[in-house]
Design a protein around this ligand. Structure first.
Ligand SMILES: NC(=O)c1ccc[n+]([C@@H]2O[C@H](COP(=O)([O-])OP(=O)(O)OC[C@H]3O[C@@H](n4cnc5c(N)ncnc54)[C@H](O)[C@@H]3O)[C@@H](O)[C@H]2O)c1
Ligand SMILES: N[C@@H](CCC=O)C(=O)O
Length: 497
């Protein structure tokens, strides 16, 4: 990763104190060094982004759409170094890293297509003869894009590409633990044609950057993906401003449940539970946290799931033999271990995989299966490879659905049942943004399963969906009284047939 260090030093992005970024699977490995943005640098970037926005918006949708298309081609051409950096810096397995580059490419191409469609030309609207009416979409101003470490390329690129495509200039704030991959993404977007004053990378502390930038009226909008608690802090900071009301697009956490009834296909359930709860070390906002088993099949399912857990290999994520890598930091690992310790007192640990010498220098958390009595026993999202399981009686589905809803989250929901009526009943009773029937509940595909939730899980916009770019835009109408300049000439050219 020396290349990443050298490249970082060569780039004219803001720079303050350097911090060492170490590999989550082995803290002795320094992946690179990253700068911490200072307050003066953040405000200089905001000045530049603010000054550049009108010209960027005036370029129009077609010209702006060409850029993410070029960025997508560049990303595909650099697949291997991007995968290597994702695996080292974020501790992602190789399949997860390849899928992440793929998703970033998909975001670029999808938003390019939507930009042409929705921002390419004003839409004519109906009106009385003698008057023309048009509706057009424009950037709102400067967007602050704040992203998490768990999809440090795909979510980072998706937010930035969407904000830019809609005609905004962007201050991009990556997570503290994954600035190097963000740097590569920004370098690539600049190379693809985004002017330097239109897109600025601001690595560093979230609370510090938030404290400097959120109170500034020139920040017209924030696209945030991360924890619910941070989204609430950002919301409060924006609400404290006296100026124009800012847009907040927040995509946050979940307490995601899967409901398995007695008609489900057991082998399919096992595959999908393992993939949804433990792969990616459970570090997906979409990951399964609470498995709800109809009591008639619970013992059989638990035996099959614990058996399948034994086949999981934890280790260096750059090895193809590893199914599960580390969690992102020692602080994250400590938090998860504290939860497991609490659960030992109040719940039943059904299975805990062992850790060994190979994990001694990294932040590894062994997959756990923990039986609880009710989802009410969980007070927050535990972002790691911990799966809670509970039993419900066939007659208790409505009460279970009410308990799930009462958590306040609404991100993903899984159903395993061969009864279509049951799946539909769950869907109708849930507020979740993404419901998956008889499959895993992770891995939403851009343009296929637009991703995002409601309630404590987010403000609702769906990344990778047809309406996402609109959330970054202002709508404007343009009405002309053509009667004042000679009448409606279109009437002369209308096809009479
Ligand atoms: N719904 C989704 O699409 C989605 C996707 C990925 C992750 N997530 C959620 O993200 C969380 C994991 O990510 P995380 O640990 O990086 O989340 P986090 O909330 O700790 O941090 C997210 C980002 O916010 C920044 N930040 C922190 N405090 C800030 C402040 N006061 N002002 C401005 N920025 C601030 C951080 O530096 C980081 O860049 C989980 O809860 C997960 O469910 C949600
Ligand atoms: N979109 C991803 C999750 C993003 C959050 O971590 C998925 O569907 O698994």
């Amino acid at each position: 990763m020396a290349g990443a260090v050298a490249a970082l030093d060569a780039q004219p992005v803001v720079r303050g104190h350097d911090v060492a970024i170490t590999a989550p699977h082995d803290r002795r490995i320094i992946v690179g060094r990253a700068p911490e943005t200072t307050q003066a640098q953040a405000l200089t970037a905001l000045d530049a982004a603010s000054a550049a926005q009108a010209a960027w918006d005036a370029l129009g949708g077609h010209a702006r759409a060409d850029i993410p298309l070029r960025a997508a081609d560049l990303m595909e051409a650099r697949l291997e170094p991007l995968v290597a950096l994702l695996s080292r810096e974020a501790g992602k397995t190789l399949p997860d890293s390849v899928a992440e580059v793929r998703e970033a490419v998909d975001f670029c191409r999808y938003y390019a297509a939507r930009t042409r469609e929705d921002f390419g030309a004003p839409k004519p609207l109906p009106g009385p003869t003698g008057e023309t009416n048009q509706l057009s979409l424009h950037g709102k101003g400067v967007f602050l894009c704040i992203s998490p470490w768990n999809f440090p390329l795909a979510i980072f690129t998706g937010q930035v590409a969407a904000a830019l495509a809609a005609g905004n200039t962007v201050l991009a704030k990556p997570a503290e633990t994954t600035p190097l991959i963000a740097f590569e993404a920004v370098r690539l977007l600049h190379e693809a044609g985004v002017p330097k004053d239109v897109l600025h990378l601001l690595p560093g502390s979230g609370p510090a950057l938030g404290g400097w930038l959120l109170p500034d009226d020139r920040v017209a909008g924030v696209a945030f993906t991360g924890s619910t608690v941070t989204a609430q802090r950002i919301n409060r900071a924006l609400a404290n401003r006296d100026g124009p009301i800012a847009t907040l697009i927040a995509e946050t956490g979940g307490q995601n449940a899967m409901i398995v009834d007695s008609t489900a296909l057991p082998e399919q359930v096992v595959d999908d539970v393992i993939a949804s709860a433990f792969l990616s070390a459970g570090q997906r906002c979409s990951a399964l946290r609470v498995l709800c088993l109809q009591d008639d099949i619970a013992d059989t399912m638990i035996a099959m799931i614990t058996g399948a857990m034994d086949t999981l290999v934890l280790g260096d994520p750059s090895k193809l033999s590893s199914d599960i890598g580390p969690v992102i930091s020692q602080a994250a690992a400590d938090g998860l271990m504290a939860h497991i310790a609490r659960m030992r007192e109040t719940a039943r640990i059904l299975k805990a995989l062992p850790l060994g010498e190979a994990h001694a220098h990294g932040s590894f958390v062994a997959p756990h299966l923990i039986e609880i009595g009710s989802i009410k026993e969980l007070t927050r999202e535990e972002f790691g490879p911990i799966l809670h399981v509970l039993r419900y009686p066939a007659s208790g589905l409505d009460a279970l659905l009410a308990d799930i809803r009462a958590t306040g989250y609404g991100l993903t929901m899984g159903v395993h049942s061969r009864l279509e009526g049951t799946a539909r009943r769950v869907f109708a009773a849930s507020r979740c943004g993404n419901t998956y029937i008889n499959r895993s509940m992770t891995g939403a595909v851009v343009g296929v399963q637009p991703f995002g939730g409601a309630g404590l899980s987010g403000t609702g916009p769906k990344a990778g969906g047809p309406y996402y770019l609109h959330r970054f835009a202002s709508e404007r109408t343009y009405t002309v009284n053509v009667a004042a300049t000679g009448g409606n000439t279109q009437l002369f050219t209308m096809n009479e047939g």
